[in-house]
Ligand binder design. Structure first.
Ligand SMILES: [Zn+2]
Length: 388
């Protein structure tokens, strides 16, 4: 199988699965938003589970879970669907496979993102609190053992303030560094990522601004078509990072813009105007001005690039996110490279938006759901029958 990237239909929120091109099919899950399935809410837990591997004890697992930031639309469903605690205490072996909680072999978490979130007076939702508790457990485990196996592993993205990560150097990736190890092994022939944000602690004034701008982990990943192949896709993913952060990205990298290049961009903050502009969309409408620096940072699209909005359907109204003006801006970025803009909310049947990296390094959309099951296009496009 070629490497695949799947965006689940979670309306405004993120839930993205990367499956690498190794024989084990190593998985990296970025954020989750798992609501209770209903007529208008697709069963994304089932869509996720059918793509996961099971270990020797028949427990489902992801190799990595990365939390971009602790807002509810990025962490909902953690406690219900994932095992949080010591692997030796796993209690679900007698349950049906579909009900066993998913083991997270390695967590990627950023303490600075949590600090900025709290500084901005955001109250953590219960799933985010549970995530933080699990991270603390893993830190403690690391400090006691200086080693960790699957289910206990942790990687810290970005230095914490006040030297708090000084004694965690072996499991710390500093901002600007490249990360290419998963489960303690080198994955450089399959995957690597440069950590672009969060920035380390800044002076008080800038710190204030960053806290108000939806601080998120930003990674520019390279996902290879096959082990040993030079062909790869560059994937830029930045949670809900706001305009100040993208403007700073451009300040930092305008002399080496290749760092920001992408074949695939997840439109920040569910295609929000607030990642591209300081002006409010609903107040200023067509008078709202784009921030040139932020736009430049998000404009380094390579030939044939794809931008995916993980959001509800984008319509021409005052809403933000998703925002019609942001979509227009992204489509204009794509025009010069003959790229494609996709929105997870556009699939009426609630199917996943899935892309596969071909051997030549090109991204191709995979047909999933009803279409893949052999139904005609007309049948798949028809509205689903209501309850009898
Ligand atoms: Zn969000």
């Amino acid at each position: 199988m070629g490497a695949k990237i799947t965006f689940f239909p979670v309306a405004n929120g993120d839930m993205t699965l990367i499956r690498l091109a190794d024989t084990r099919v190593t998985t990296i899950l970025i954020d989750i938003k798992i609501r209770k399935p209903a007529d208008d809410t697709p069963d994304v837990a089932a869509q996720l589970r059918k793509r996961l591997q099971y270990d020797a004890k028949n427990r489902p697992f992801v190799d990595v879970f990365l939390l971009s930031h602790p807002d509810q639309d990025h962490i909902l469903g953690l406690q219900k669907h994932f095992w949080l605690g010591r692997p030796e205490d796993y209690p679900d072996d007698d349950k049906k496979a579909s009900e066993r909680r998913i083991i997270i072999r390695e967590i990627w978490s950023s303490p600075m993102v949590f600090r900025r979130h709290e500084k901005n007076n955001h109250v953590l939702c219960q799933d985010a609190k549970d995530f933080a508790t699990e991270v603390r457990r893993r830190v403690k485990h690391w400090k006691a053992n200086r080693t960790a196996g699957p289910g206990n592993r942790l990687l810290i993205l970005g230095e914490d303030e006040g030297n708090k990560t000084d004694d965690l150097q072996e499991i710390l990736i500093k901002t600007g560094e490249t990360l290419d190890r998963i489960g303690g092994e080198s994955f450089s022939s399959l995957f690597s990522a440069i950590l672009l944000a969060p920035a380390p602690r800044q002076d008080d004034e800038l710190e204030e601004k960053l806290s108000k701008n939806n601080s998120s982990v930003i990674l520019r990943m390279k996902i290879f078509a096959a082990k040993g192949s030079a062909n790869h896709v560059k994937f830029l993913s930045g949670g809900d990072a706001g305009v100040v952060i993208w403007e700073r990205m451009w300040d930092n990298y305008k002399n080496e813009p290749e760092v920001l290049e992408y074949d695939l961009l997840q439109a920040p903050h569910h295609c929000s105007w607030r990642s591209l502009s300081y002006d409010s969309w609903s107040d200023k409408q067509d008078e709202a001005k784009v921030c040139e620096g932020a736009r430049e940072a998000l404009s380094q699209a390579l030939d044939g690039a794809t931008i995916v909005s993980s959001s509800a359907k984008i319509v021409d109204d005052d809403n933000d996110p998703p925002c019609i003006r942001a979509k227009t801006e992204y489509k204009s970025i794509l025009r010069s490279v003959d790229g494609a803009f996709l929105c997870t909310g556009d699939d009426k049947a609630g199917n996943e938006t899935e892309l596969e990296i071909q051997p030549n390094g090109k991204l191709v959309r995979v047909v999933v759901g009803a279409l893949a099951a052999g139904l005609s296009v007309a049948a798949a496009a028809a509205p689903r029958a209501g309850k009898q």
